[in-house]
Write a protein that binds this ligand. Structure first.
Ligand code: SF4
Length: 130
């Protein structure tokens, strides 16, 4: 199974090929493929996507400085909305099914403060959910 942290369980559904460079993107696409094929196990902290992120320092997210507490806060919100916890097993398709039920709360609590909002808003999935 593919380990994913809380906010990735939601944000990956709005991925449209943009990110932090070729190595990051190649890995991200591979993780999405594996998640779809193998299933997902929920993980706290840096996951298989984070390991190729230029903002990761050790186990910590340093996006725009020390961002780790904020990112862990996003993970906690995502897991609350998805009713999942560390170690839980789930499927990509299950996340897709639950997305319409949690989208507006996620958007209002999290997305409007996110630098990727413009990218996510331009996706067909976002437009269909909004
Ligand atoms: S706008 Fe940010 S928080 Fe919202 S889905 Fe996109 S990446 Fe995730």
């Amino acid at each position: 199974m593919t380990p994913l942290r809380g906010h990735h369980l939601i944000c990956l559904h709005f991925f449209r090929g943009e990110g932090y460079g070729p190595e990051f993107l190649e890995n991200l696409e591979s993780v999405i493929d594996r998640s779809k094929q193998e299933g997902i196990v929920v993980q706290n902290g840096a996951d298989n996507i984070c390991i190729k992120c230029p903002n990761l320092a050790g186990e910590l997210c340093m996006y725009k400085g020390d961002n780790n507490k904020k990112i862990e806060g996003l993970d906690a919100i995502a897991l609350r909305l998805l009713n999942l916890e560390h170690g839980a097993k789930t499927e990509w398709a299950a996340m897709e099914r639950v997305l319409p039920q949690i989208f507006h709360e996620w958007k209002d609590e999290v997305c409007f403060k996110c630098d990727w909002l413009g990218t996510c808003k331009s996706t067909t999935r976002w437009k269909n959910l909004d």
